[in-house]
Design a protein around this ligand. Structure first.
Ligand code: AMP
Length: 215
């Protein structure tokens, strides 16, 4: 059975980590607009240059740009999408509904990852990832076994995001509460919302998600 889901939650809720697990375990396709935008900025395209400053401030880039990115990906085809960090506004949610319908897809569930603000600050300010394979680490709770070397692939290309600092995070959280949290009500009203406790252990969160997706 193919399912399409949204991972919804504030920055640091664990969306990316859980999306990676779903890719590995179920062969789903992760569509992260944050990753797409970071790729655009490092490739130095005109669009990349335009969004870089906005991202570093912690603000949302325009609906037009991110909807365009998702439209391109959906047009490439594929099945079993995890929307990670998209939609983030009501306009994006409406556009996603339309794009899914146009491509013969539908939305099965919206996993709402609930975490409190204090935990988010701790998680984000200690976070780093492997630039080669994308594995996610944390200074205190999930350090690499050998300092400076990725456990998963052995790369030494470990990176911190430019926007993972307390100042940008403040803006990112405000943007989340103002513009993204209304999506909780939007999808609840559509009967799609499945809340999970994002503060639980990583395996436990994965279990809760599996349960919400029907095992
Ligand atoms: P993320 O990796 O999901 O935390 O996204 C990093 C940054 O990319 C965000 O703080 C925004 O500046 C931008 N971004 C990612 N996804 C979206 C989206 N759906 N709408 C608007 N901006 C986005």
């Amino acid at each position: 059975m193919t399912i399409n889901i949204i991972l919804l939650g504030p920055p640091g809720a664990g969306k990316g980590t859980q999306a990676r697990r779903l890719v590995e375990e179920r062969g789903m396709v992760q569509l992260s607009t944050g990753d797409m935008l970071r790729a655009a900025r490092s490739s130095g395209t005109e669009m990349g240059r335009r969004v870089a400053e906005v991202m570093d401030r912690g603000q949302l880039v325009t609906d037009e740009i991110v909807i365009g990115l998702i439209r391109e990906k959906l047009a490439e085809g594929g099945k079993g999408f995890i929307f990670d960090g998209f939609p983030r506004t009501l306009a994006q949610a409406d556009a996603l509904g339309q794009l899914l319908a146009e491509t013969g897809n539908s939305l099965d569930a919206v996993i709402e990852m609930q975490v409190d603000d204090e935990a988010l600050v701790r998680r984000i300010t200690g976070r780093f990832t492997c630039g080669n394979c994308g594995e996610v680490y944390h200074d205190d709770t999930r350090p690499t076994k050998v300092p400076g070397v990725c456990d998963a692939c052995g790369s030494t290309d470990l990176k911190r995001r430019a926007d993972d600092n307390e100042d940008s995070l403040k803006t990112r959280l405000l943007e989340y509460y103002k513009k993204t949290s209304p999506l909780i009500g939007y999808y609840y009203a559509k009967g799609k919302l499945a809340p999970v406790d994002g503060l639980a252990e990583m395996d436990d969160v994965a279990g809760q998600i599996a349960k919400a997706l029907g095992g």
